[in-house]
Design a protein around this ligand. Structure first.
Ligand code: NDP
Ligand code: GDR
Length: 318
């Protein structure tokens, strides 16, 4: 039985990946932070099938101990301070977790289980002020937030450990991916949650920032399959994972409101509090390499994704 350690198991991607690996017959271990109140919402349905280790990406002792005891075949490093907006409010913390935390995890593996296969959750935010459209594995990085900068560090340290120590270390450059398990502060879920509440008379208005930003949005359930595929190849490599389609925040809002028979213009207001000090205007990924080498394809369209999320939020409040 293969053993996999997932950091960030309580998050959106951690929960879908754990489901996938359990289905494939893996023994799944999860690194979980100590919290005053439990936050098992995303994994409560599979909680009993996972073995948890208490730890924090900033605390190498906890990582080293987990790797030493588990001796995992695969490690998926999904933990991060992942909210771009907050990375300006907590730049040092973001650097420590999202950047340096990757080195802590790599060191723990190098010292105790150097043949474990490693996946790093890199991000399209590394492209930031994009140098070309669409973005590929070869597009230069120009991050536009403390989060993006930290992810560039995490990306390059992963490449560096691959080249320095011959470790099987891969970096997946994933574009935005969403689901009903998405954190409420991210724009897709903020919108679908508000649409459900407005429809049911529980909320009056929706305050948003930049409506013109364009993102390449896919479904998280599709994207975790690509993570697993990356660790099953003969040689470690880096891959862009995206849909190849880009939409504005305005289009997202239009589809979500229309799905419940409402006109978004009656409810949405712009609020400068949700504008960012530096914005990433457009992201559009080219997943050709993943399609060819991993035989990976996204299955859920943007339209289906937004409707799925609205439906789940309606169900929740009804
Ligand atoms: P989430 O924010 O949903 O989950 C983040 C996870 O990291 C949570 O389990 C959280 O634990 C954990 N975590 C946060 N800080 C620490 C820490 N100091 N030590 C240990 N664990 C910690 O993120 P997603 O699931 O959406 O994303 C997964 C990864 O992929 C992240 O690294 C993100 O930056 C990256 N990514 C995400 C994309 C997306 O569109 N979703 C796109 C590209 C990259 P807790 O529950 O306790 O807060
Ligand atoms: P992003 O996701 O920053 O791309 O990072 P987010 O959903 O936060 O923002 C997407 C775009 O929407 C604009 N926007 C708003 N965003 C939020 N959160 N709230 C608002 O009210 C709002 N109004 C407009 C933003 O300005 C932005 O342009 C996500 C995270 O999952 C990262 O961890 C991951 O690496 C990247 O996706 C790829």
């Amino acid at each position: 039985m293969k053993k996999a350690l997932i950091t960030g198991i309580t998050g959106q991607d951690g929960s879908y990946l754990a489901e996938l690996l359990l289905d494939k017959g893996y023994k799944v271990y999860g690194l979980k932070r100590r919290t005053a109140t439990p936050n098992f919402e995303n994994i409560k349905h599979i909680q009993n099938e996972i073995e948890f280790f208490s730890g924090d990406l900033r605390d190498i002792t906890s990582l080293a101990e987990a790797v030493q005891i588990i001796k995992p075949d695969e490690v998926y490093n999904l933990a991060a301070q992942s909210f771009v907006g907050d990375s300006w409010r907590q730049p040092i913390y973001t650097g420590e977790v999202t950047g340096l935390g990757v080195t802590n995890m790599l060191e723990a593996i190098r010292l105790s289980k150097p043949d474990a296969r490693f996946y790093q959750a890199s991000s399209s935010e590394m492209f930031g002020k994009v140098m070309e459209i669409p973005q590929t594995e070869k597009t230069p990085f120009y991050p536009r937030s403390p989060y993006g900068v930290a992810k560039v560090y995490g990306h390059w340290i992963t490449v560096n450990y691959r080249e320095s120590y011959d470790m099987y270390a891969c970096s997946g450059i994933l574009f935005n991916h969403e689901s009903p398990r998405r954190g409420i502060e991210f724009v897709t879920r903020k919108v679908t949650d508000a649409v459900a509440k407005i429809k049911l008379g529980l909320q009056e208005k929706l305050l948003l920032g930049n409506l013109d930003a364009k993102r390449d949005w896919g479904f998280a359930g599709d994207y975790v399959k690509a993570m697993w595929l990356m660790l099953q190849q003969e040689e470690p490599d880096d891959f862009v994972i995206a849909t190849g389609e880009s939409h504005t925040v305005k289009e997202l809002v239009e589809i979500a409101f229309k799905h419940v028979g409402l006109d978004w213009q009656d409810y949405v207001l712009q609020d400068p509090r949700f504008m960012r000090p530096a914005e990433v205007d457009i992201l559009l990924g080219d997943p050709a390499k993943a399609k060819q080498n991993l035989k990976w394809e996204p299955e859920v369209s943007f339209d289906q994704l937004v409707k799925m999320m609205v439906e789940k939020d309606l169900e929740k409040y009804q």
